[in-house]
Design a protein around this ligand. Structure first.
Ligand SMILES: C[S@@+](CC[C@H](N)C(=O)[O-])C[C@H]1O[C@@H](n2cnc3c(N)ncnc32)[C@H](O)[C@@H]1O
Length: 344
């Protein structure tokens, strides 16, 4: 899926109140149109790793890292010192064997060690609707579990990016509500942490963990209807708007400047427009931008309908069972000493 065509001349494709969409190679955009240290946030999901099996069964993560380097240089140049670079990136399986590529970890290490970015925090986007793949390892041989998280690397040119977690608070859990109501005896936890009474202050909402739960289940949005109506193939690898919205809210103010250089269907631009941030989106494939334009043709009612749909039709909670719930419940056969090497 990696595209690095240089033969396409950069051009402005569409314009809104707050943003602009460009067709072309984002390297041209970043290097020729964006001023040094002018961007508050780069929020993006780059093409995921090209997974190629080598003779000895390893993925060429080196190739991905090399491909990414010119983008890293450009990102570093355009970002403000206290700005942020947020990269949503999925992992990959090595073809033919049940092991994982290291490419996204290598990317992170390279950005920090070679390009001087600081890792502000690593996030994990859990997609509860993710299908169990690859079926061979997960469903057939049963030697791996469902891969349901993407890594989201939050980086910055300085250790002190602008940020405020009060923008992304979430409701207290039922157990925390109980503690707030019934009180808690201050004592040391088994971990050695001293839980003082300050812990019991009701701040109205909870500080979220670095695990973001958003199901990627868009099926009836205005964007999809628009694409269908115009005979456009919808972008095949969209993130749900909750992902860019989380970081745009936490890391920028209104009128700040946000860029998605690998914008695909411009989910980021749609969110930035709604939150009144200045934005630029760029993609190298025209059909994706043709579809993206539909995002800016919505009426307020349709905007509300899409937000409601993305919130899980009003049910905003996911429950994660404790892993032990079914333990000891079965009489298991012995483990396969071949580790699933042969199909049974
Ligand atoms: C994972 S997709 C992004 C999807 C997007 N987040 C969305 O929700 O629609 C990555 C995109 O990067 C684009 N791309 C790849 N190389 C590019 C380049 N050099 N310049 C601009 N876009 C590029 C691809 O065409 C693809 O649409």
């Amino acid at each position: 899926m990696m595209e690095n065509r240089t033969d396409i001349a950069l051009k402005e494709y569409y314009r809104t109140n707050y943003g602009r969409m460009f067709l072309g190679n984002c390297l041209d955009l970043l290097n020729e149109r964006i001023k040094e240290q002018s961007v508050d946030l780069i929020m993006t999901s780059p093409p995921f790793g090209l997974v190629r099996k080598k003779d000895y069964g390893n993925v060429d993560s080196h190739e991905y890292i090399e491909w990414f380097k010119p983008f890293a240089t450009a990102f570093k140049r355009v970002l403000k010192i206290n700005g942020s670079l947020v990269i949503d990136i999925g992992g990959a399986w090595i073809p033919g064997q049940p092991t994982r590529s290291l490419y996204h970890f290598k990317l992170l290490v390279m950005l920090c060690e070679e390009f001087g970015f600081h890792l502000a925090q690593e996030f994990y986007w859990w997609n509860p609707a993710k299908l169990p793949t690859p079926a061979e390892w997960v469903n057939v041989r049963r030697v791996r579990v469902k891969d349901a998280v993407n890594c989201v690397w939050w980086l910055s040119p300085s250790p002190w990016p602008r940020a405020d977690n009060k923008r992304v608070l979430q409701p207290y859990s039922d157990s925390m509500k109980g503690l707030l109501k019934n009180g808690y005896k201050a004592k040391k936890r088994p971990s050695g942490h001293d839980i003082s009474n300050k812990f019991l202050k009701d701040n109205g909402a909870a500080i979220p963990p670095n695990l973001i739960a958003v199901a990627n289940t868009e099926s009836n949005s205005f964007y999809l209807k628009y694409c269908k109506e115009k005979g456009i193939h919808p972008h095949p690898a969209r993130f749900p708007s909750g992902i860019p919205e989380y970081f745009i809210r936490m890391l920028t103010d209104a009128d700040d400047f946000v860029i998605d250089p690998f914008a695909g269907s411009c989910v980021m631009g749609e969110v930035a427009e709604r939150l009144k941030r200045k934005w630029i989106c760029c993609d190298i494939i025209e059909e994706y931008l043709r579809g993206a334009i539909g995002r800016f043709k919505k009426q307020p009612k349709q905007i509300q309908e899409d937000i409601f749909q993305q919130d899980g039709n009003g049910s905003n909670y996911y429950k994660i069972p404790h892993p032990g719930i079914l333990w000891n419940g079965f009489n298991y056969p012995k483990l396969d000493s071949l580790g699933g090497r042969k199909r049974k």
